[in-house]
Design a protein around this ligand. Structure first.
Ligand code: URA
Length: 265
């Protein structure tokens, strides 16, 4: 088990194990001409052979092509006129495969009337368990960083680009990010903060639609443009990264001071 967890295999896809050795190999499809010339009896026999065999129940998959999923996400997200409606829309949306393996929808934490919105990458294991963004070690560090400039979860609003935990904490794929983009952009519009603080490269690159790395982007004022809004934004290093590279805390401190100065000006 430990070996699996270290390899990132730390989620169960089914409630029951499936013994793949008991499954028959797939029956090769007959060519159209052969099927057309076979007798009714042969076709019925073939149909019987292809009929579903009893296996463990499999939950419905997100089988929508990515383009269709993005279009559906855009349509659903744009119709949400309140934060609650957006959360409900995400709960009902089945176009993102990450929802299949996640335990919870990790929607947001903090104060929806806050003027500062923090946007991270995606939930990790602790967030998936509790359904709250930045609920684990990275969140504890984030709370300390906020406190250092006189902020807290009561005075900011916190969410992520991706609301479901990618299995094994892998980086979300570009397809997953594009499918979730309409929801985070609508989320921004509904909160309508004065300032957005993007935490980490995935958040900054996705929201600023750039391929530049976080070391180039961090600490510089920029703008995030959604369909209906333009919001002043700053990016900084992700707290999870700082847990591995504590020497870079000084860079984040510089970025936070920049944010503080702006709030006081
Ligand atoms: N990392 C993130 O980007 N977001 C969380 O909520 C937790 C860890």
């Amino acid at each position: 088990m430990e070996w699996y967890v270290e390899a990132g295999v730390d989620v169960l896809l089914e409630d029951e194990p499936i013994d793949r050795f008991l499954e028959k190999p797939p029956v090769p499809r007959k060519k159209a001409t052969q099927v057309a010339s076979s007798s009714t009896a042969e076709r019925l026999a073939q149909k019987a052979d292809n009929s579903p065999r009893p296996t463990a129940t499999i939950r419905p998959q997100a089988t929508m092509p990515d383009g269709a999923a993005v279009e559906m996400a855009k349509s659903i997200a744009s119709k949400a006129t309140t934060i609650e409606a957006l959360k409900q829309a995400l709960n009902e949306f089945d176009g993102c495969n990450l929802k299949r393996t996640a335990k919870s929808l990790v929607f947001a934490d903090g104060n929806p009337s806050a003027k500062i919105m923090l946007i991270g990458e995606a939930p990790d294991k602790d967030e998936d368990i509790h359904g709250i963004p930045f609920a684990g070690r990275a969140g504890q560090l984030l709370d300390k960083q906020l406190a250092a400039i006189g902020l807290s979860r009561e005075t900011v609003y916190i969410t992520n680009v991706i609301p479901w935990r990618p299995p094994g904490n892998r980086t979300p794929t570009p397809q997953e990010t594009e499918i979730c983009r309409p929801f985070i952009e609508r989320h921004i519009e509904l909160i309508n903060p004065d300032i957005i603080l993007m935490l980490g490269g995935t958040s900054a690159k996705t929201l600023m639609k750039t391929n530049n790395g976080i070391m180039q982007l961090r600490g510089k004022w920029s703008e995030i443009r959604t369909e209906n809004l333009t919001i002043k934004a700053l990016s900084t290093l992700h707290p999870t990264y700082l847990l591995r590279q504590p020497l870079h805390k000084k860079l984040v401190w510089q970025d936070l001071l920049k944010l503080k100065q702006h709030l006081e000006s």
